[in-house]
Structure formats: structure tokens, C-alpha cells
Design a protein around this ligand. Structure first.
Ligand code: AMP
Length: 282
């Protein structure tokens, strides 16, 4: 495994390794790695000859300074875990200054409204920050394929739009949500939950399962109302949104078209930890 911390170093290593023209895969992460991340890296190493994993907590995608400050950060532990499980990775762990040259600013993108729904409505400027860091990393690394989790389903749709807007020849691969045995979606932020809170956090997954069961028999507004009521009963939770939407446009469903795919999406604070999850409904 090769670890690079500078753009120059990374480019040099890529140039050496790519002399024989291997297929290059890329998995961007913010570290605090868990089995969800490893499932993406596994998919990438299965598909590609060479894989770059970036570990970078991107400041411009955080609208809330406290969330950024408390974001779990242990690069040494992440590197040990990668070393145990994978060979032949290039791990890129730059500093914010290395990436942003002292100007911590996000570019503005026109994601045609995809960025204004759900996460975008609750996290001001979040997707501009995501677009900015990914444009920088995509144009630096120039992978043929990049891997993203359906855990951040809205982000996955936005990344697909980003490569179309920038006209980059990168195939965006979506990977299924990796869950704990209980059903809780794995997340770096789960590290901030104790055992009891992790049990409480299951309300997100349970609400998604309920929506899946009721979808098609009850109308979406009634399902959403039931879920909102369930969250209201729990004093430790603050629900940001529960949405039932078209899987491609992310538009809230009005009438069900059997030719379209739909998903349910949830975001809620448990104490001061913000959790998100989603599920395919049909
Ligand atoms: P993050 O480090 O949270 O920015 O996540 C990096 C990548 O891992 C993103 O593409 C996420 O969607 C993906 N990811 C995070 N958690 C999971 C999970 N539980 N299952 C699948 N992919 C995940």
C-alpha cells in the first residue's frame, strides 16, 4: 500500500503505476472507515487493476462547524484497517491546505434542483462543497470508475449529474447500503452513539421498513404523517425530513407510476448526532 499526502506525490505514483495502462478506480471517503466503506473498496478492487482511496474530511461540505469539529478522525487506525484487508491500494490523505491552497471556498453548481431537496434543504451549501471536492479529486486522479454508497443516495444522484455537467469520462458506480446486524445503516457518525443510542437509532430503519410495507396500499402523505408522529413521540429525536420520492428525480411522489422506482428517505438528529438512511420501495 502506498500512502500519499500531496497532489504532486500522488500524480508521480499514479504515473509510475499507470505506465501499463491499468483500469483505475477511486473511492472517496472522509475516514473513520467501517464495513460500508470497505464494501465500496472491495467492489473497486474487484473491478479495477489499481484503486485510489482518499481520506479527507472536506470542510466546505459542512454547514455546521460543530459537526465538522466532532467528525470522527483517526487516519492511522484507518490506514491499519486498509493494510489488513487490501493490497495494492493507493491511499491519499491530503491536508485541507494541500487541496484548497488556503482558500476554503466552494464553487457553485447548477444541479438542476436536485441539490435543493432533502439534504440540500437542511444543509446549506452542502452539495456545492461535495461538488467542489469531487471536481478537484476527479480531475487530479482521473479514474475510469468511482464508487459511491447508496447510503448517501441523493449524493450519488448529484455525483452522476456532476460528471455530466463537467463532461468527465468517469463511470459512477452505486453500491448497496451496508447495515449492522440490527439493520442500522453503518455510518462514521455511529461512532458517536453509545449502545443505548444505537438501539434508539433503529427508529430510522424501522420507519423505512414500515413505509416499504405500506407503500402501494396507503398514500404517501398518510405514511409520512404516521412516521412523523412516531418520531414526535421520541423526545431524543428531531426529525429533519421523511420523504417518499422518485428514485431518479427525487421529486416527492404524488401518484404512483408503476414504471418508476421510488425510495423513502429519512434524516434525523438523535441528540446532536445527525443520521440519514433510505430504502427502495418497489
Ligand atoms: P463518507 O466517508 O461518509 O463520506 O462516505 C464515503 C463513501 O462511503 C460514500 O460514497 C458513502 O455513501 C459510502 N458509505 C458510507 N456508509 C455506507 C454504508 N453503510 N453502506 C454503503 N456505503 C456507505
Amino acid at each position: 500500500m502506498i500512502i500519499e499526502t500531496t497532489r504532486k506525490g500522488l500524480l508521480k505514483t499514479l504515473k509510475q503505476k499507470q505506465d501499463t495502462g491499468p483500469k483505475l478506480g477511486f473511492v472517496p471517503t472522509m475516514g473513520a472507515l467501517h464495513k460500508g466503506h470497505f464494501s465500496l473498496i472491495k467492489a473497486a478492487t474487484t473491478d479495477c487493476d489499481l484503486v485510489v482511496v482518499s481520506i479527507f474530511i472536506n470542510p466546505t461540505q459542512f454547514d455546521n462547524p460543530a459537526d465538522l469539529e466532532k467528525y470522527p478522525n483517526n487516519v492511522k487506525k484507518d490506514i491499519d484497517a486498509l493494510q489488513h484487508q487490501f493490497n495494492n491500494l493507493i491511499v491519499f490523505t491530503p491536508s485541507p491546505n494541500e487541496i484548497y491552497d488556503g482558500r476554503l471556498e466552494a464553487k457553485h453548481y447548477d444541479f438542476e434542483g436536485l441539490d435543493r431537496k432533502m439534504e440540500g434543504a437542511f444543509r446549506d451549501g452542502h452539495f456545492d462543497g461535495v461538488g467542489t471536492i469531487l471536481e478537484k479529486l476527479f480531475t487530479l486522479i482521473k479514474p475510469q470508475k468511482a464508487y459511491f454508497g447508496e447510503k448517501d443516495y441523493q449524493q450519488l444522484q448529484i455525483v452522476k449529474k456532476l460528471v455530466r455537467i463537467l463532461d468527465l469520462p468517469i463511470e459512477i458506480v452505486g453500491c448497496p447500503i451496508n447495515r449492522e446486524e440490527t439493520g442500522l445503516a453503518r455510518s462514521s457518525r455511529n461512532k458517536r452513539l453509545n449502545t443505548q443510542e444505537k438501539e434508539k437509532a433503529l427508529l430510522l430503519y424501522k420507519s423505512l421498513l414500515q413505509a416499504k410495507q405500506e407503500f402501494g396500499t396507503k398514500n404517501a402523505a398518510d405514511i409520512i404523517e404516521e412516521v412523523e408522529a412516531a418520531f414526535k413521540k421520541e423526545v431524543d429525536f428531531k426529525l429533519d425530513y421523511f420523504s417518499i420520492a422518485d428514485a431518479e428525480t427525487l421529486e416527492p411522489v404524488k401518484t404512483i407510476d408503476n414504471n418508476r422506482k421510488y425510495r423513502a428517505f429519512v434524516a434525523a438528529f438523535l441528540g446532536d448526532v445527525r443520521l440519514i438512511d433510505n430504502i427502495a420501495l418497489n
